[in-house]
Design a protein around this ligand. Structure first.
Ligand SMILES: Cc1ncc(C[n+]2csc(CCOP(=O)(O)OP(=O)(O)O)c2C)c(N)n1
Ligand SMILES: [Mg+2]
Length: 330
């Protein structure tokens, strides 16, 4: 976990510069990984359907840095960043995207089904809001076993319109389980903008917590320090037996819904503006006053990791036809 200090004379918490540099490195690793994934997908090397979370890296890093290895999470169709931030090596994730047996899900899952129980990844899920009920169950187990662990669900603004969202928050609050519901609000559900899918203004989506009497914590999703401190507070609340938390972070999807999305529905000028002003990596780099040399060194280090992951994946083992029905229980 990162070091939290007191900002001199203000009583306000802040994260040490060393820890912020660590966050920067991880966020850049996630960015370079996803850029590489886009490139290899366009080159026809990756099967399936892919979603990247470019612009949302501060949410993955901020939340997962506040968790221990024993804490668990469930993710969505936009899962690479969460998986990397919780500690799965990029080699295993890239191999999964290439459909290789060395992948974190043995090559059976692909981008929308990244699992890694060793680091507490209970699975990405292609079903919108599919992870929330699982997280309520995991949190209930921790509560019944008296374990100091939290269960975290990542999901988007669109997911808050599903029945599973409401059922999960209702039961979680009723049972006061140690769950954190991370509402990663990027203001889009595929090509549908917030104002066409939400009855509340996009920035007020956190108000949904009140319907369940649930604790609400909010943070700027482009500011990794703010997300991290908010996630720490949410974890403390949940572990104190005070019940679950809705952690609402406003963030920005700086690319299409899926890799290859031409985004014909999106205002070009607004997107350009968001890319210039809302990029969480650029914002953190400016705050840390990284020099060009610093930046080049960190970039070279993470880019080399990503390149190596592609080599690792390409050298991996293809599943055999006779393995197709393994792990099928239906
Ligand atoms: C139950 C269900 N309904 C619809 C879909 C199709 N779908 C995939 S992603 C998506 C949008 C989800 O929006 P949001 O929850 O805001 O997540 P984001 O894509 O913005 O990360 C939809 C409707 C689905 N996969 N599952
Ligand atoms: Mg969304």
């Amino acid at each position: 976990m990162a070091t939290v200090e007191e900002k001199a004379g203000t009583g306000k918490k802040r994260v040490s510069n060393d820890a912020l540099r660590g966050f920067f490195r991880e966020m850049l690793l996630i960015r370079r990984f996803e850029e590489k994934v886009e490139e290899r997908f366009r080159a026809g090397e990756l099967p399936g359907f892919l979603h990247v979370a470019i612009g949302q890296e501060a949410v993955a890093t901020g939340v997962c840095s506040a968790l221990t290895r024993e804490d668990v999470f469930a993710s969505t169709h936009r899962a690479h960043g969460h998986a990397i931030a919780k500690g799965t090596p990029v080699d295993k994730i890239m191999a999964e995207l290439y459909g290789k047996m060395e992948g974190c899900s043995g090559g059976y899952g692909g981008s929308m089904h990244l699992y890694d129980l060793e680091v507490g990844n209970l699975g990405a899920n292609a079903v919108v809001a599919g992870g929330l009920p699982a997280i309520v169950g995991a949190a209930l187990a921790f509560q019944m076993r008296d374990e100091k662990r939290v269960a975290v669900a990542f999901f988007g603004d669109g997911a808050t319109n599903t029945g599973t969202f409401h059922e999960s928050l209702n039961l979680a609050q009723l049972w006061k389980v140690p769950a954190i519901f991370v509402l990663e609000n990027n203001g889009w559900a595929e090509s549908t903008p917030a104002e066409q899918q939400l009855p509340l203004p996009v920035d007020q989506l956190g108000k949904r917590a009140a319907a369940f009497g649930m604790k609400l914590i909010e943070a700027d999703g482009q500011d990794v320090e703010a997300v991290y401190l908010a996630a720490l507070a949410a974890r403390d609340h949940a572990l104190a037996g005070k019940g679950p938390v809705l952690l609402h972070v406003r963030t920005f999807r700086l690319t299409g819904h899926f890799v290859g999305d031409p985004q014909v529905y999106r205002d070009r000028e607004a997107l350009k503006q968001e890319r210039e002003t809302k990029d969480p990596i650029r914002l953190l780099g400016a705050r840390l006053e990284l020099t060009d040399e610093d930046l080049a060194a960190i970039d070279a280090e993470v880019t080399a990791k990503v390149e190596a992951s592609v080599e690792f994946a390409k050298a991996g083992t293809d599943p055999q036809p006779e393995d197709a029905l393994k792990y099928v229980y239906a």
